[in-house]
Design a protein around this ligand. Sequence first.
Ligand code: HMG
Ligand code: MG
Length: 303
Amino acid sequence: MENLELPRSVEIIEVGPRDGLQNESNFVPTKVKAAFIEALWQAGFKEMEITSFVSPKWVPQMGDAAEVIRLSGNHPGTIVLTPNKRGIDTALASGARAVAVFIGVSSSFNQKNINKTTDEALNGLIPHIRELKNKGVFVRACISTAFHCPYEGEIAPADTIALCKVLADAGVNELSVADTIGKATPQESFSLFSLLKRELPGVLIAAHFHDTRKMALANIYASLQAGVTRFDSSAGGLGGCPFAPGASGNAATEDVVYMLHRMGIETGVDLNLLNHAISVVEPHLSRELTSWYYQSYKKEQHS
Ligand code: HMG
Ligand code: MG
């Protein structure tokens, strides 16, 4: 059989405790979050977004961020998300060594998500990014609506690339480029990630796919072929943004890891321990999780 040009290993950045639990209709108790995060580290992840410092009025599900960091922030791969100076200061005071800032390409989305236009948000973030870099903090920039916006429709790749370039010039270590509403096709993913890899060789590039239309795995496969070796995904397929109508869960980590392992690509993640981690949080959610691999694990447990 002919072999595809694929990497031997990839890094999975687990985002379930943040992207996942921010979008659940109920508040997951802080101690359960801590147990979930610990079980995920045990499953072998090296990097994880564990919480976000955002306004508790806007996202009450993340209102316990300081306590989550206190209980679970000691691991070297811990990342916390925040959109502003207040969140950055609180995160640093809580001991965070890696911060993810976030901004969408489209102004309409930014207005709904952070109450700012894209230009206002960018102008606000740049000095903070420089300050974080001066302090030796790892900075990840999450780029929402990189393909499609729930309010403005299709996004021109040139606009996404231009925003990524400004952030790369400001010194971010990583760009996590997101299909926020799960509408990108494999062709769109291959094309955008090929351009980003070519035009921004000095910055880490991660792909972040929501799975609204069940195209996340196909998009990951297309992005692998474009040279992407870092993927955000969410245990149990949790996830979504409360301010992006139609943004259902992220690519389910266990389905992504299963596919990659079957293709001979290493992730360092133990699938059994990952399924166990999901079973720690599932009873505290208001719904059952439906990812394929986790469902088959549950059937096995009950047979
Ligand atoms: P605002 O109302 O315009 O601004 O919100 P504000 O400065 O008046 O803040 C409102 C209140 O929040 C104030 O409290 C602030 O002190 C407080 P009050 O004085 O009224 O009592 N506040 C904070 N509290 C804790 N931590 C903070 C913080 N900042 C302000 N950091 C703001 C503007 C940006 C704060 C608000 O819009 C916000 O918090 N938005 C966050 C929305 C969010 O979390 N969205 C989901 C994450 S992004 C995502 O999921 C996409 C991603 O996964 C990629 C993809 O899939 O696309 C990353
Ligand atoms: Mg997301």
